[in-house]
Design a protein around this ligand. Structure first.
Ligand code: ADP
Length: 972
């Protein structure tokens, strides 16, 4: 039922809703029309009512006047004998009849009252009005009025019609016979009727009144108003129609776009369902990928370890093989194998690094390091390679003012090594220039910029962008001709970007290449720390490594320094050893344990945790040695309780320094945050001035004569300088043949007491020379002369090889003064002991006075002996020719050295100053230029810039004066 009802209502309701505007317009027009007709009719009615009333009043006034005139005037006049006649104007003593006078009055009033006219007419007229009355009664209104009023005398008769062209009311009332008039009329001689009675209708009294003008105007303005209103309503309807039509159109459009939107919404919903689906699938894939990535990096790390461990062995053993007796073919093959092994190791490292970058696992370290040291060491390494190709390598670090900075030194070295290696590899002649600079960007950050430029084959412009991609080389012949994998630059770019920097190249074919990169470093709060000196031969160290070769290498090195070594092939064995040591009071506790990371069963990390949790081993220092090369792990290992961490293989120098830092436990250890690393060690400085650590030096016999066999000029200088510091002098031979010759030709009274023998030399190497000396080829007296090997080889087996060749002892380069002294003390009988550095050469001839420098107390302390000619002559075995050669060398090399030293002093580059001063000191010492030697010595250990300037001025003066002395000597 409600349904049917709502259906019934629905249709009209819909119609109303649909045609609202039309209906509204129609309704308003209808209302207006109705209002208009009602108002106009009621206004017309009001107009007519007022006209009727006016006419009534008019006629009543005339009737009253006539009655009044009849009773008050006519009656009196008659009494006085006056005549009452219609023709009163033409008669004497006559007054007008009441009807005549009231007609005249009507006419007068009409003249004033806007055209009102009054008439009196009858069907019974007096003869003088007969014609006029008949005429009037011919008019329809008069005729109708006479008839109507005769029938109903009480009811007035009226009609609205135009009269004289104006809308008017014609209003007529019956003129009835009154008491006062009956007699007269009945008795008048000319009366048309003489039987009048009171109340008879005598005639019709009509007034014609024009309808009030204002009322007419009101009506017309009402009409005009309605017309305007109508028009406005129409206009409004039109406007509404337009608006409505627009609205309808907009509604239609809105509906259409709504529909489109709905369709789109549905489509979007469908798509988002698909996306959601895909997202889930992607998430699943991502998880799978992540897992695969983890597997891959685990696999790579594992493979890297597995490959690196035997590679260490291969490279080490090839090194040993190369040091042995090989025929030329074997030598060539071994060298090829060594270089291939090196390349393979580099490739493994690069691939591992790259996979780390790709999986976002390459964590950068942020440790304090010495930028100067890093660059200088790199420069030295690269200089060797460059020299082998006849290239000049120039390292310009003049724009670096801060030595200590914070960053990842390993990665920086990797970038630099890569670029410098490429530059050397792709350059056949000319030079490689490494120019580095450091600018402070804000209080915390430094911008490190570096360019590596060469004069090599260059790179075509279209290849500039490509060479930074992985495995891209300029052309296919590159690998064949130069080797390489095309990974290096890609890695450099990734590393630079990760260090908030970038890399670019400018190059042209045959025009050389210039690679420039910049990275962000941070300022360091640390000052340069010194490597402490400790007596390592009193230490007991535990090596924990499952790899026998690794243990052998470490043991050899440690034993070489006199360390007591115990080996453990697993973590559980190590624990057993440590517990036993702790339980037996007779056993010396371990100072340090070198722990490998990857071991079957308990690994290095777990071992460290176990040891850290056990209070018995609180004093045991732990050093992590891993072949996983997990950079960024410093924090992790520090948390495990390790005090130092090294990737394998570790250099003997680093190992020794690390042990010194850990055992000393001083400032150098405290500054190593979070723990001691290879790079931290490289930031340390050696301070020969810290002599309180140095063992006592003996008083050597003044007759001691040493022979230094060394092909390299710089190494000669270094060795001579160190010997000088120890109070010894030596002659130099440039190779084995020269050494044999010098020994053979030495005079009876000037025999040599000891030979310091380099192993690798052209013509004849140290091993062969030793064998020959032992065979008596240098004379029977020298067959048992102590021969100490000084070699850059620090691999296990080197010592044995030297001993096998007949040498007595073994020292590794760079020469450590302390170790050299210990060794010399072993092989040279000494007299009473004396502190190192206090030995002063005693002048044996008249010394030349140094001129007054006038530079204050510091300089005044310099000895006044400018040139101890006798001592220098003695040192060269009294051979003036040899002395002259040395002086010639001095004249050739020294000017440049002094200029460099002066520049370093001016720049306040203390490290450079120390190095150069050391060299100047060594050379001056060899030649007996005592003043220059002492001043150079003071300069070397001076840290006060203003003192340095004074000392340098004095040194320049001493240098000039001694040069003049030398010249004078050479001229004579
Ligand atoms: P690799 O040196 O192992 O081939 P890199 O990524 O280091 O790989 O270099 C990619 C290529 O860029 C090199 O193979 C070589 O063609 C070109 N290249 C790099 N450095 C130089 C350079 N200094 N001079 C000329 N070519 C260079």
């Amino acid at each position: 039922m409600p349904d049917t009802t709502s259906r019934w209502f629905a249709k009209p309701l819909n119609f109303i809703v649909k045609h609202t505007l039309l209906l509204l317009s129609l309704m308003s027009i209808t209302v207006m029309l109705v209002a208009f007709s009602y108002l106009s009719r009621s206004s017309e009615q009001a107009t007519q009512d007022s006209a009727i009333t006016s006419a009534q009043h008019y006629l009543q006034a005339l009737a009253e006047f006539r009655t009044l005139y009849t009773t008050e005037v006519v009656q009196v006049a008659k009494r006085y004998g006056l005549k009452v006649s219609h023709d009163y104007r033409h008669q004497d003593n006559a007054i007008p009849l009441p009807a005549t006078l009231s007609m005249a009055l009507g006419e007068r009033i009409g003249g004033h009252q806007s055209g009102a006219k009054s008439f009196l007419y009858s069907a019974y007229p007096f003869p003088w009005r007969q014609q006029e009355q008949r005429q009037r009664l011919l008019q329809p209104f008069a005729r109708d009025a006479w008839r109507q009023l005769n029938a109903k005398p009480e009811q007035p008769f009226y009609r609205f019609e135009d009269y004289d062209g104006r809308p008017s009311i014609r209003f007529a009332v019956a003129d009835r016979m009154r008491e006062a008039c009956v007699n007269c009329h009945n008795s008048h001689p000319a009366t048309p009727k003489n039987d009048w009675r009171v109340g008879d209708v005598r005639g019709v009294l009509e007034v014609v009144l024009p309808i009030n003008q204002v009322q007419a105007q009101t009506q017309s303005s009402l009409r005009a108003t309605f017309l305007v209103l109508g028009l406005m309503a129409l206009l409004l309807a039109l406007v509404l129609w337009i608006v409505f039509t627009r609205l309808q159109r907009d509604k239609r459009q809105l509906t259409a776009s709504n529909q489109a939107l709905n369709t789109q919404k549905e489509e979007i919903e469908r798509q988002s369902l698909i996306i959601g689906d895909n997202h889930q699938r992607l998430e699943k894939h991502a998880a799978e990928l992540e897992q695969a990535n983890r597997h891959r990096s685990d696999f790579l790390a594992c493979m890297s370890h597995e490959i690196r461990t035997p590679m260490n062995g291969v490279i080490g053993m090839l090194g040993l093989l190369l040091n042995g007796e090989l025929n030329p073919e074997q030598l060539r093959k071994a060298k090829v194998a060594q270089s291939s092994a090196g390349s393979l190791l580099a490739l493994v490292n690069d691939i591992l690094d790259f996979s780390k970058v790709e999986t976002g696992q390459l964590n950068l370290e942020c440790v304090d390091f010495n930028l100067h040291s890093l660059l200088n060491e790199l420069g030295q390494t690269m200089a060797f390679r460059a020299e082998a190709k006849g290239l000049e390598l120039i390292l310009d670090t003049t724009d670096i003012q801060h030595s200590m900075v914070k960053g990842d030194p390993g990665r920086l070295r990797q970038i630099l090594t890569n670029l410098a290696s490429n530059a050397i590899k792709f350059t056949e002649q000319g030079e490689v220039v490494i120019r580095a600079g450091l600018q402070q960007t804000d209080t915390k950050n430094l911008n490190f910029t570096c360019s590596v430029c060469d004069t090599g084959i260059g790179i075509p412009a279209d290849q500039h962008a490509k060479i930074f991609e992985t495995f891209v080389q300029v052309d296919a012949s590159t690998t064949r001709q130069y080797g390489g994998t095309g990974l290096g630059l890609a890695l450099c770019q990734q590393l630079c970007q990760q260090m908030e920097g970038g890399i670019s190249v400018s190059s042209g074919v045959a025009k050389g290449s210039c690679f420039e990169f910049h990275i962000n470093l941070q300022t360091s709060q640390q000052s340069c720390q010194l490597v402490p000196r400790v007596a390592v031969d009193r230490l007991r160290i535990l090596i924990v490594d499952d790899n026998a070769t690794n243990r052998e290498v470490l043991r050899g090195q440690l034993q070489h320094w006199g360390v007591k070594v115990v080996e453990a092939a697993s973590a559980s064995a190590a624990l057993q050893i440590l517990v036993t040591t702790d339980e037996q009071a007779s056993l010396q506790p371990f100072d340090l344990a070198l722990v490998d990371m990857q071991m079957p069963g308990i690994d290095g990390a777990q071992l460290a945790q176990t040891l850290q949790a056990d209070t018995r081993f609180n004093d045991l220092k732990l050093v992590m040695m891993t072949s996983m090369a997990s950079r960024g792990d410093a924090e992790y290992f520090a948390n495990l309780g390790f005090s130092a961490y090294f990737p394998k293989p570790v250099s003997p120098n680093d190992l020794l320094n690390a042990i010194a830092v850990l055992i000393d436990g001083g400032q150098a250890l405290q500054q190593a945050t979070p723990l001691v690393t290879q790079h931290y060690l490289q930031s340390l400085q050696y301070e020969p001035g810290s002599r309180e650590y140095m063992p006592v030096s003996p008083q050597w016999s003044s007759n001691y004569r040493l022979l230094l066999v060394e092909d390299n000029n710089i190494n000669q200088q270094v060795a001579l300088g160190v010997l000088e510091d120890l109070g010894l002098t030596a002659d130099t031979a440039i190779d084995g043949i020269d050494a044999l010759h010098m020994l053979k030709s030495s005079k009876q009274e000037q025999t040599y007491n000891l030979v310091l023998m380099d192993c690798q030399m052209p013509e004849m190497d140290g091993y062969e020379a030793t064998r020959r000396i032992r065979a008596g080829k240098a004379g029977a007296d020298y067959q048992s002369i102590p021969i100490i090997a000084i070699t850059a080889n620090a691999m296990a087996g080197d010592r044995e090889k030297c001993l096998a060749a007949g040498m007595n002892d073994y020292l590794s380069k760079p020469i450590d003064a302390e170790l050299l002294l210990e060794t010399l003390m072993k092989w040279l009988p000494s007299e009473k002991p004396q502190r190192v550095g206090t030995t002063q050469p005693v002048p044996t001839s008249a010394p030349t006075e140094v001129p007054e420098a006038g530079l204050g107390a510091t300089v005044a302390e310099a000895p006044k002996v400018l040139w101890d000619k006798a001592a220098s002559l003695k040192r060269v075995g009294g051979k003036t020719e040899r002395l002259n050669i040395l002086l010639g060398l001095f004249m050739k090399d020294m000017p440049e050295r002094m200029v460099s030293l002066q520049r370093a002093v001016d720049d306040c580059d203390l490290k450079e100053v120390q190095q150069l001063a050391h060299t100047v000191k060594g050379v001056a010492a060899n030649l007996g230029a005592l003043t220059l030697q002492e001043l150079a010595n003071q300069i070397q250990y001076c840290h006060e810039p203003h003192q340095l300037t004074g000392l340098m001025a004095a040194a320049q003066l001493a240098y000039q004066t001694v040069t003049e002395e030398f010249n004078r000597h050479l001229e004579t």
